[in-house]
Design a protein around this ligand. Sequence first.
Ligand SMILES: Cc1cc2nc3c(=O)[nH]c(=O)nc-3n(C[C@H](O)[C@H](O)[C@H](O)COP(=O)(O)O)c2cc1C
Length: 359
Amino acid sequence: MKTREQRKLEHLHYALTLGDSKQSAGFEDVRFLHDCLSAVNPDRVDLRTRFAGLTLSSPLFIDALTGGADAVTTINKQLARVAARTGIAMAVGSQYGAVRDRSSQKSFAVVREENPDGVVFANVSALATPAEVQQAVHMLAAAAVEIHLNVAQELFMPEGDHDFAALWTNLQRLREQVTVPIIIKETGCGMAAAQIQKLQAAGFNCLNVAGAGGTSFAAIETARSGNVRRQRFANWGIPTVWSLLEARRVCSPETAILASGGIRDGWQAAKALALGAAAVGMAGNILALLEPPEGAISGSSSEANAVERTITTVEEMLADLRDIMVLTGAATIKDLQQVRLIFTGRTLEYLQNRSLEHA
Ligand SMILES: Cc1cc2nc3c(=O)[nH]c(=O)nc-3n(C[C@H](O)[C@H](O)[C@H](O)COP(=O)(O)O)c2cc1C
């Protein structure tokens, strides 16, 4: 059995070497309509967004990546520096080990050392107890907690926990007893309307669909295990665009939807927002820009360069987003969520398929 530390490093290794899923997240099927009468001045574009009782200065965030192993402290340090300089929010990777057996708390503590005032999201498994959730939040002075759903990962992971029936009961317990805002998130397989409705009815009002099209944990775990039969599941999951459309069918105005999964540039971020997301997370592409643990020397120039190129990427994404908002006549993120979109290709087929259900 591998230690948790080894597993964390293997996740980083396979996420980097496998890259994005061969299945598309679907953004190529979504187009904006140009607004030839746009009255939005570029310097008046307002990127602020609100969800889970928070107001963020921009709708981009770094989604959960890592922590819980001493060797990944350097990754969280670089991420926290990027978040501090750009003002974007940041989720940490699962703190389950850090709260269960107090392993490698320094890999999380570094986030607050580098970014004392930023918005940070804690992250735990859906099997965590309410006390463990509170501990994870306390460890980071987090503004909210991401509770992750990862059935595909646990199924395909050699050391996976297969007690899926316990999940729902525990989620309800967390809903009743956790006092900070909860974000329920997938981890790259997306969410469908029926489960979104079920979560909403149980009182969860912030969901990160984290769809397919970017990092695939089915691919990572089946590559780790070497199970050739299961490698056929590498592209399993609902593309991010379809997941956002699933959410749009059933979400009440009180439910905030977040998106991650294959969002790689400002255009895709803008499309996810126009599909209804209140904020957009990125993980695999940000990881690829950083100095990896094996090469990282704390305080080295290559580590500083990695932070600078990641900041440039985030700033360019925000600049693209602003330009798209001007060109679609959207002064605020709320306006962008209302713009008309055109759907083509497989996503149009998906929409036709969905509409047949009520024919
Ligand atoms: C190396 C790696 C580790 C991850 N670990 C976690 C985790 O601990 N908890 C979690 O909720 N999501 C985790 N994720 C999932 C991401 O937060 C994100 O939802 C998913 O990767 C889709 O986004 P992407 O395509 O931009 O990578 C991880 C992703 C990567 C690449």
